[in-house]
Design a protein around this ligand. Structure first.
Ligand code: NAD
Length: 475
């Protein structure tokens, strides 16, 4: 049994002050795997103090020093990619190849930001006004359990590039991944206090961090209800907030799409990361006349999915992260049935042949209307809805009829038409025909999917405050 009881503060690991413990299981076997000793408010206070003390000096480091740090962070994460991958597979249930990709993504985030920083200017002139971008101050980053290394690295890269020390509060469900990742960060040799991590409960450590008067920036990735509460509290002190929240992405299948190809692509978009992805395409919009053919193609495509042990390279869908998440997803499947949606494939319980583990059947509902609960709420598991549309206008209207707006997908042969549809969707990202990622392009949501953008230059500027200095002449 692994035990995790360390916070990382002022450039050193230290045993947390908190005494409460959280027991975690391996989601593949449901056997106990580790115990996390939870950090408490005192640990949170010390972490912010450490970052505050580091602020003045760190914010004045040269661009080259920060570039060197980002490159060192990238190198030290990449050097331990195998261990990071193993922890994601065992602790989270991520299929091994996807987990490996995600570990690499974290190293890439640091490196990409280092490269951007080379050409980034913190000063520009607007006529005779000098506009200076300065570090906003101590940044608190709060992240969930579903893509730990990526979420930590993308926020941290932007903050460090801008000259902000950070305090990270990772999820209480990822202590092993956090411990290994923090060891990588430590190995990169950041100035003491520039990087701090404390793992505890959201309503204890999370709240202690977000309400600390020395914190000037909060970047949060997680659920919409928690993000809303954070923004409300931040308003009192006008703390800058970036919120990366939930989603209910539409996948519009155009009438010229090949049905079998579209089914395979839509499932890849919907079931990514075992369905535990904010970007998952969970509402599949199909021309009414093609719904039956599409649902038949879905059955064929789902039959090719291999649920099971995520450490096996043949596995394409692992378990859900914890019992709470499993129960929640099962309850949504029941709800779909109760509301009269037709089960195309999947349903309640585990996939055939799996007698233990938090595995959910890859489930697709047909005859879903956009007002059903399963079409409106974020399920965060492998449960998809097929919704019929009459024409393009109707498809766009249904796609945009959601409180969320993080991601959307369009599948079809006519790329000009697909692009025109993409232009009408209220979502921070729209991908045409594939689940593609561009780490230098902005990422973030419309509507209740959040506020602000991260990645690339946007992630750096997210941690900067602009100041105009007047009274001198340009040049
Ligand atoms: P969550 O909101 O329950 O928790 C996220 C983090 O916030 C955790 O570290 C948690 O401990 C902390 N937290 C909880 N309550 C808090 C509080 N009162 N104050 C401060 N911090 C608090 O979300 P989750 O279940 O861990 O993750 C799943 C959610 O994250 C989904 O809604 C998903 O869509 C979202 N998500 C969004 C993105 C994105 O980029 N938009 C990416 C990944 C996940």
């Amino acid at each position: 049994m692994r035990k995790f009881d360390q916070a990382y503060i002022s450039g050193a690991f230290r045993t947390v002050h908190g005494r409460d413990e959280l027991s975690l299981i391996n989601p593949t076997t449901e056997e106990p795997s580790s115990v996390l000793v939870l950090a408490d408010e005192e640990d949170a206070r010390q972490a912010v103090e450490s970052a505050s003390q580091a602020f003045t000096q760190f914010s004045m480091t040269s661009k080259q020093e920060r570039i060197d740090l980002l490159i060192a962070l990238s190198d030290s994460v990449r050097a331990r990619a195998d261990e990071l991958t193993e922890a994601t597979v065992i602790e989270y249930g991520g299929p091994v190849e996807q987990a490996r990709w995600r570990a690499g993504l974290a190293a890439d985030n640091f490196l990409a930001t280092a490269t951007l920083l080379k050409d980034y200017s913190f000063t520009r002139w607007v006529n005779n006004a000098e506009v200076v971008a300065q570090a906003v101050g101590v940044a608190v980053h709060i992240v969930p359990w579903n893509s730990v290394y990526n979420a930590i690295s993308v926020k941290m890269a932007g903050a460090l590039a801008a000259g902000c020390p950070v305090v990270v509060k990772p999820s209480e469900y990822s202590p092993w991944q956090t411990q290994l990742f923090t060891e990588c960060l430590h190995a990169a040799g950041a100035p003491a206090g520039a990087i701090n991590l404390v793992t505890g409960l959201g309503d204890v450590v999370g709240e202690a961090l977000t309400s600390h008067p020395a914190v000037r920036k909060i970047s949060f990735t997680g659920s919409t209800p928690v993000g809303t509460a954070i923004m409300r509290a931040a308003a009192d002190r006008m703390v800058r907030t970036t919120l990366e929240l939930g989603g209910k992405a539409p996948t519009i299948v155009m009438d010229d799409a090949d049905v079998a190809e579209a089914a395979a692509a839509a499932l890849a978009m919907g079931f990514t990361n075992n369905g535990q992805a904010c970007i998952a395409g969970t509402r599949i919009l199909i021309p009414r006349a093609r719904v039956d053919a599409f649902c038949e193609a879905v059955k064929v495509a789902v039959a090719k999915i291999v649920p099971g042990d995520p450490s096996d390279t043949a596995t394409t869908m692992g378990p859900l992260v914890n019992r709470k998440q499993y129960d929640r997803v099962q309850s949504y499947i029941r709800k779909g049935l109760d509301e009269g949606a037709r089960l195309v494939t999947g349903g309640e319980g585990r996939p055939a042949g799996l007698t233990r583990g938090l595995f959910v059947k890859p489930t697709v509902f047909g005859e879903v209307t956009n007002i059903m609960t399963i079409a409106r709420e974020e399920i965060f598991g492998p449960v998809l809805c097929v919704i019929a549309y009459d024409d393009e206008e109707d498809a766009v209207a249904i796609a945009n009829d959601t409180p969320f707006g993080l991601h959307a997908y369009v599948i079809g042969k006519d790329l000009a038409r697909a692009r025109a549809i993409a232009g009408r969707l209220d979502a921070g990202r729209v991908a045409i025909n594939a689940l593609v990622h561009e780490p230098l392009a902005p990422f973030g949501g419309f509507k209740r999917s959040g506020i602000g953008r991260e990645y690339g230059i946007y992630g750096i500027e997210d941690h900067l405050e602009l100041k105009t200095i007047l009274g001198r002449k340009a040049g």
